[in-house]
Structure formats: C-alpha cells, structure tokens
Design a binder for this molecule. Sequence first.
Ligand SMILES: *Cc1c(COP(=O)(O)O)cnc(C)c1O
Length: 437
Amino acid sequence: MAANTNELNDMTKKLYMSMGIDEKVYDFCNEIWNGLEERFDKIRKVSEFNQAKVLKAMQDNKVSEACLLGTTGYGYNDIGRDKLEAVYASIFHTEDALVRPQITCGTHALALALMSNLRPGDELLAPAGKPYDTLEEVIGIRPSKGSLAEYGVTYRQVDLFEDGSFDYESIKKAINDKTKLVAIQRSKGYQTRPTFSVEKIGELISFVKGIKSDVIVMVDNCYGEFVETIEPSDVGADMVVGSLIKNPGGGLAPIGGYIAGKKECVENAAYRLTSPGLGKEVGASLGILPQFYQGLFLSPNVTASALMGAIFAANIYEKLGFSVLPNGIEERYDIIQAITFNDPKLLTSFCEGIQYAAPVDSYVTPEPWDMPGYDSQVIMAAGAFVSGSSIELSADGPLREPYSVFFQGGLTWQHAKFGIMKTLAVMYEKGLVTLTN
Ligand SMILES: *Cc1c(COP(=O)(O)O)cnc(C)c1O
C-alpha cells in the first residue's frame, strides 16, 4: 500500500538523517521550505511559459530525428547544428545564433563576441561596472597575451552607484566617437551588487542607443536564461552570450557556448571562431547534438529547480542572521545566491556541505586553489556529472573579504534542497552555528 503524506515525510527524514543531516537541522530547514510554496508556485508558472517557448521553437523549426545525428570532419551541411542555431534564434527572438561545442566555455563565448565585433581603434564601454573576473584579461584590464588592449581596442568603465543603480550622467559622458560596443553583465558574478532584471537592462540599452544609435550592445547572459519570461534580446540587446554548462545546457550539454543576436554580429563571431571565408559553414557537431537539444528542452525546468534552491538557501541563512543577496523575499533575475559569512571557516564549511551532497566525488573535501583567470584563491565545490558545470549544484567563492559564497544550480529541486540542508549540517556539526526554532 502507498504511504500517506505523513509516513512519506517520516521516511524521507529518516533517510536524510542516515545521510548526515541532524534532526534539528532537518526540522529547521523543513519549516522554512514549507513556508515557500507561494514563491515556488510563481517559479513553476514562469518555467511553464518558458517550457512552451522552447517547445514551440523546436516545433516551428521542425526539429526532426535526423537533426540529432551530427557530422564529422569539416561538418558541411550539418542540418542538426544549423537547426539548433535556428531554434536558439527563435527562443531569443534574434536574427541568428551561433551554438557550438567549439566554443569552450562562457568566457570564450564572450571573448569571441567582443573580439569579432571590435576593431583596432574602437572602444569598449562597460556602463554598469566591472565585468566578470575572467573578462579582465580578455579586455586587458589585467595585462594579458592576446587581450583586446594588445590589439588597440581601448576600454572605458562607468561604475554603478553605491545602491546598484546606473550612473546615467557618467555613462553619457563616457560615450564618444570611438565607442563601438557596450557590454552589460546581467548577473552579479562574483560581486555583491544586485543582478539586473531584463527590464532594467532594457532601460540602460534605450539610454545608450538614444545617445549613439549604432552602438552594439552585448549582454553577458550567464545564469540568467529562462529565469524570466523575456531575455535581454527582447529589450534591444544586439547580442546575448552565455555558456551551455549553465542554464541553457540543462545539465546535459557537456561543453559549449552560444551567441544569439543580429545577423552581422553573429556572422562576425562565426568568422572569428572558424576562419574568414568559412564562418558558420564548418564545425562538425560530432555526436553532441542530442545533449544540446535535450538539455535545452529541459532547461526551463532545471532553471526553476535551481531557483527554488537559491530561494531556500537565502531564507535559511537570512534566518540565521547572515547577509544574503538576493534576500529571502525579493524577485530573482538569475540563479545565483550570494551569502556573506565574514569568516573563511563558514565559507569553506558551506562548500564542504555542497560537495558532500554531490552524486559524484561526495567523499572528497574541497580545498582553495589558484584558479586560472582569477586574482585570488577560489574554493569550489562541485561533484558534477559534467566537470565544472555550475547548473549542477555547486558553490564557489574567492578566499577574500567578505568571504561570500556564490551558490547556484541543482538539476532537481530535491537535490538542491538536500544540498542546502547538508551545508547547514556541516556547520552545525562543527559547532559554528546554533539553531533555535
Ligand atoms: C560563468 C560566467 C562567465 C564565464 O563563464 P565560464 O564558462 O566560467 O568561462 C562570465 N560571466 C558571468 C556572469 C558568469 O557567470
């Protein structure tokens, strides 16, 4: 006979306790979980919309069984690859898209978008503060071989106001004859500023284009895909760029990046990725297309699971008195949750908990290391099926003040929930936190 709800709860609790979750931790967390149903319902509604959007794009473009086959060698006439790019263009409402396993990661996709659309003498403007850490070397903010700076592309940056709003007056002053491309990052990355809503990004784009209409606006869309019902390309971005081992890969894509946007921008990127003259025509997809298609199909639901995990974490750690960004009740625009511990022990304990909750490598303890592209040591927890995938339950944080952890992902909400409980269980076991219900 099937168990009733109470029996099921007891069974699950017992199983969790056998997996190292103290009863007090479970009770504390579960009460918070139960209070979040209304939030979760809204997230499910957004994911229902986005699931239909993805499905419609696949149907409208007549994705067929033959699209899943893939090619080898040069990859001429790879209909599955070409159709996938058409599907991305439909979803993002753009003229074209480049979606390839030859784009190795998000940084590569962003570097590609920038380097292919900027020419010597052009200027790049970041109107909303410092871009993601790894882009510092792409741009040449930190001197690096092959940077845009080495090619004679200059860079200008306008910082956000203290409250995270745009400094429109300084942005206006920063735009000049040389300004060719404007780069906006949707997600907060490793900063403690709010993530921008698509609507807010749209306001900034309108402002910039009102001053210089032919400027190219690129949005770093990492971690933002399918969190809202619209994307930055719906509010005037000429290019949206992201990684397939984050949201749009749905946990299945084992590599890859995308650039969706204006035909000319995508064309420039394709000529840079392969070769002038070859562009999108070459680039075998090998056997990867089923994962790209299926991952994209699952992405709205996976993104929703990650969002539920993030909200759960925010509410738990907020209740324990830590500063959390976003806070427990505010609207979400990406899947990242930042928690500020002001204490390296808590930061490392959090990452240990995520690691111990993983399906892969759960028995190892994460250690801080000097990660390429970052200027301080970073601790990372990820027992992922795809190495380094951060749509899977993962946490990382630079070992520097104020010892904030950036937590994201969860292929299923069930796993995200367990992982967060595990982070608290590690801290509780070490006596680093006290729980009062
Ligand atoms: C992850 C991320 C990147 C870089 O992507 P990688 O795949 O790690 O190279 C760039 N920008 C933002 C906002 C990101 O979150």
